[in-house]
Unconditional design. Structure first.
Length: 514
């Protein structure tokens, strides 16, 4: 074989190898699920059937206050969920009120679930009363005493933290309790490994996956600045034990646990801690997202091994953590936002989507309003949903249908031909730190039209000269640090204009002189 033939043969083999690699890449990628593949709709449909057939049961395995909280987090409109003439929202309200009346006989876990449900109802008065009950009950041994109390105390600490109220309870007691109940003796573990929380029964320590995940999350909220080495070590050990429970299909399960529940707990925990769940892969390269997308849904529409409402609720909680929204049972406006010149008109459409994904135009039956009648008006009579732009600025168009509410942001620009509108705005600014300290102002600032953020609320922060940092999220731009004070956990920077918190990001809110 001459040199030319040898080179030709090598090129031919290289070409074949490239073809094989090209053919293999799609095959490998096909086995990796995206978060968007998660069956969020199926979870909602299961919970809908469960409530309309069996009513409210305020327990993990039923549609109760916690399921309601998760559904509202997912943006699901439950106004048509009726059992024996009682809609789910009213059933939850009655349950929360009843538990408050006899709180001494209700576990801390149930009270905490009632608390987040009350927040989802918009009843902060009830949430405050429930929080006070928990505060009055808290001791160095948690909220509830007894051999099995860890299964009431740990979810209570977790939910209070997720409600943004971890600093309200006795944090020293909370930290001491959670660290003190963590297993740190390898010899005492029958199965599992170092760093797990669980229960002691018959003299032996049995690790529990859900309790471990709840403890890790609660500790995360108790040490947002990561300054307590004992807390950070406990979090690390808890995560390491959790990771050790991953199965070949990407799921998590400790002992005889339901894999859907444990896998959802893992995803919620990892997302909170800023860890991509897809990065946790099994020996076969499967992630927890792979399992929930391909192995969690049963042929009959149920989930997991228990096949009850708990599986569906936890599946939906994982979808919420991953930003996967269900498309069924929703009420929304179309378009989601609009920009008009002064004097222009446009019509918003109100859309209701039912359990089967069928959409219905309910514009004529909805009640319409605008947040600022000086910026725009909306017809609530013959031409419902028709909006007229009146003056430059930004406002919110709202519609209510049954118990569902939807909104859209409307931006109104100055009329064309007025010389390009304002070139600068003088507006007042005050910046208040996390401990109530005044970081800037109050003072008036001139914001130029050519500011990198324009004549917006974020523009005035930029014009102040203060150091700040932003990041992008689903709703637009988030200010995540000012003057070195950064967002952490449930605590973060927010803005208000004239005492009201706008329903849009600061880069979209147009400011006016004064």
């Amino acid at each position: 074989m001459n040199t030319a033939e040898k080179v030709q043969k090598k090129l031919y083999l290289l070409f074949i190898a490239l073809i094989l690699v090209t053919m293999l890449v799609p095959m490998v990628s096909a086995g990796i699920a995206a978060a968007s593949d998660l069956p969020a709709d199926s979870a909602v449909q299961f919970l809908y059937r469960e409530y309309t057939l069996n009513g409210l049961h305020n327990a993990d395995a039923g549609v109760g206050c916690y399921a309601f909280y998760i559904l509202r987090q997912a943006g699901v409109d439950v106004s048509t969920w009726v059992y024996n003439g009682v809609c789910l929202k009213d059933a939850v309200w009655d349950t929360v009120y009843g538990d408050l009346q006899d709180s001494a006989g209700v576990s801390a876990k149930t009270l905490a679930q009632d608390l987040v449900a009350a927040q989802a109802l918009g009843r902060n008065d009830l949430a405050d009363r429930l929080l006070q009950v928990l505060k009055d009950r808290q001791t160095a041994d948690g909220f509830d005493p007894g051999e099995w109390s860890i299964f009431a105390n740990m979810p209570a600490f977790d939910l209070v933290s997720r409600a943004g109220l971890s600093s309200v309870v006795d944090t020293a007691y909370a930290k001491s309790y959670i660290l003190g109940t963590q297993n740190t003796s390898v010899e005492s573990v029958i199965y599992g490994t170092y760093g797990s929380w669980g229960c002691v029964w018959g003299g032996s320590f049995y690790p529990d996956f859900m309790t471990t995940a709840q403890a890790v999350r609660a500790l995360y909220f108790l040490d947002p600045d990561k300054g307590d080495s004992s807390v950070q070590t406990a979090i690390y050990n808890g995560l390491e034990w959790m990771k050790g429970q991953q199965r070949a299909d990407g799921s998590f399960a400790s002992g005889w646990d339901d894999p859907v529940v444990d896998t959802a707990e893992a995803i919620v925990t990892l997302k909170l801690l800023g860890i991509d769940p897809v990065a946790w892969r099994s020996s076969e390269g499967k992630s927890p997202v792979d399992y929930l997308a391909t192995g969690a849904l049963n042929p009959d529409g149920s989930f997991g091994t228990s096949k009850n409402a708990m599986d569906a609720t936890w599946m939906l909680s994982a979808c919420n953590a991953l930003g996967v929204e269900p498309t069924v049972l929703r009420f929304y406006l179309d378009p989601a936002g609009a920009t008009l010149n002064t004097g222009d008109k446009t019509r918003f459409k109100a859309v209701w989507r039912d359990i089967y994904g069928q959409e219905m135009d309910v514009t004529g039956w909805a009640e319409w309003s605008v947040e600022d009648n000086g910026i725009a008006s909306v017809d609530n009579d013959e031409n419902k949903g028709l909006v007229t732009a009146l003056s430059a600025g930004q406002t919110v168009v709202r519609a209510v249908y049954g118990e569902g509410a939807a909104s859209a942001v409307l931006t109104v620009k100055p009329p064309a031909g007025n010389g390009g509108g304002q070139t600068a705005v003088n507006a007042g600014l005050a910046v208040v730190g996390k401990d109530g300290e005044l970081l800037y102002g109050p003072a008036y600032i001139s914001v130029a039209e050519n500011n990198r953020w324009g004549l917006t609320a974020l523009g005035i922060l930029d014009a102040s000269g203060l150091s700040y940092h932003t990041s992008n999220w689903d709703w637009g731009v988030m200010v995540d640090a000012i003057c070195g004070q950064a967002n952490s956990g449930m605590a973060g920077w927010m803005y208000a204009v004239n005492g009201e918190m706008p329903m849009c990001g600061p880069e979209k809110y147009l400011i006016k002189t004064g």
